[in-house]
Design a protein around this ligand. Structure first.
Ligand code: ATR
Length: 283
């Protein structure tokens, strides 16, 4: 139930109908008894600037921004965090007394989920990242702030991978390889992260990694969560490796946004169960 005191949060995307963010956040607001309400708005690209003005005019206290607006929205904000600037995209807005500040919680969300859900320590680890798109930018930027030993970025388009390398912190630890050379480098990797769309519904029988290349000492992570268990993760599990699924990144990017809006850390299990229920019942 909303009233005149209710603080409104929004998500702006196009399309937005399938977003699980409203149910995830609203369930936790209800659980914690916080007078907030999170609403989805389908905003066409041409209307984005007006929608951002609407956040100011209506005193909406914060927002998420999703496909296709994550890059364009940066033009209309008052301030961009260093991390969002380096990643080149914003997924979270905080309205600080009329000043709109843009953040990117995808990389931080991913890394927090990886550490907490697999009980891993990233120190001195060799990391292989498959892909060099938006998700790879967010994840590799956050990983480059950690004390990892090396990062190998794997992509078909090497120019794109090189542009990504240039943005990273301590990038002398970062190497670029072509997708055809995964096999040569996989044995020296501790953590393998798929950020590409290979294996995503409906192409669920695809993977960039052959099953026999995966060893029990690998930690294999896939940011895809449709399906929840990709071919890559199934192969990794059957090879005795530790696995980490993409749902965690979605949950934890939401947790970090929630913290920025409310100052409170919500329970990750409530959020996860809400999203899982919603995915299985297709709400
Ligand atoms: P996102 O923003 O979700 O990361 P993106 O920016 O479109 O999406 O990036 C997709 C990534 O998946 C890219 O690195 C892309 O590789 P290229 O840059 O070489 O195109 C990678 N990718 C997509 N389909 C692929 C495939 N079939 N094989 C290998 N890599 C693929």
């Amino acid at each position: 139930m909303t009233n005149s005191e209710t603080k409104i949060l929004a998500i702006l995307g196009n399309p937005i109908i399938h977003s699980k963010s409203p149910i995830m956040h609203n369930t936790v607001f209800d659980y914690l008894g916080l007078n907030y309400h999170y609403v989805a708005f389908d905003v066409k690209p041409d209307d984005l600037e007006k929608a951002i003005e609407g956040i100011r005019a209506l005193n909406i206290c914060g927002a998420n921004v999703t496909i296709p607006h994550k890059i364009k929205v940066m033009e209309y904000l008052d301030e961009i965090s260093d991390e969002a600037e380096a990643i080149g995209a914003v997924n979270t807005i905080v309205n600080q007394n009329g000043k709109l500040i843009g953040y990117n919680t995808d990389g931080e969300g991913y890394v927090r989920s990886l550490i907490e859900e697999t009980n891993s320590d990233l120190t001195e680890k060799n990391i292989m990242i498959l892909g060099a798109g938006g998700a790879a930018r967010a994840i590799s930027f956050t990983l480059s702030k950690h004390n990892v030993k090396s990062i190998v970025i794997v992509n078909r388009n090497l120019e794109k991978a090189n542009l990504l390398k240039d943005k990273l912190i301590n990038n002398s630890r970062v190497n670029i390889i072509h997708t055809d050379n995964i096999r040569k480098h996989i044995n020296s990797s501790d953590i393998i992260i798929n950020t590409t769309s290979v294996g995503m519904h409906p192409n669920t029988d695809q993977s960039l990694i052959q099953k026999q290349w995966i060893k029990p000492y690998h930690l294999v992570s896939d940011i895809i969560y449709n399906p929840l268990v990709t071919k890559l993760l199934l192969d990794a599990h059957e090879s005795g490796a530790i696995t980490h699924s993409g749902l965690g990144m979605f949950i934890y990017q939401g947790i970090i946004a929630f913290e920025k809006w409310t100052g409170i850390t919500p329970d990750s299990e409530i959020m996860r169960n809400t999203v899982l229920d919603s995915l299985t019942t297709n709400n």
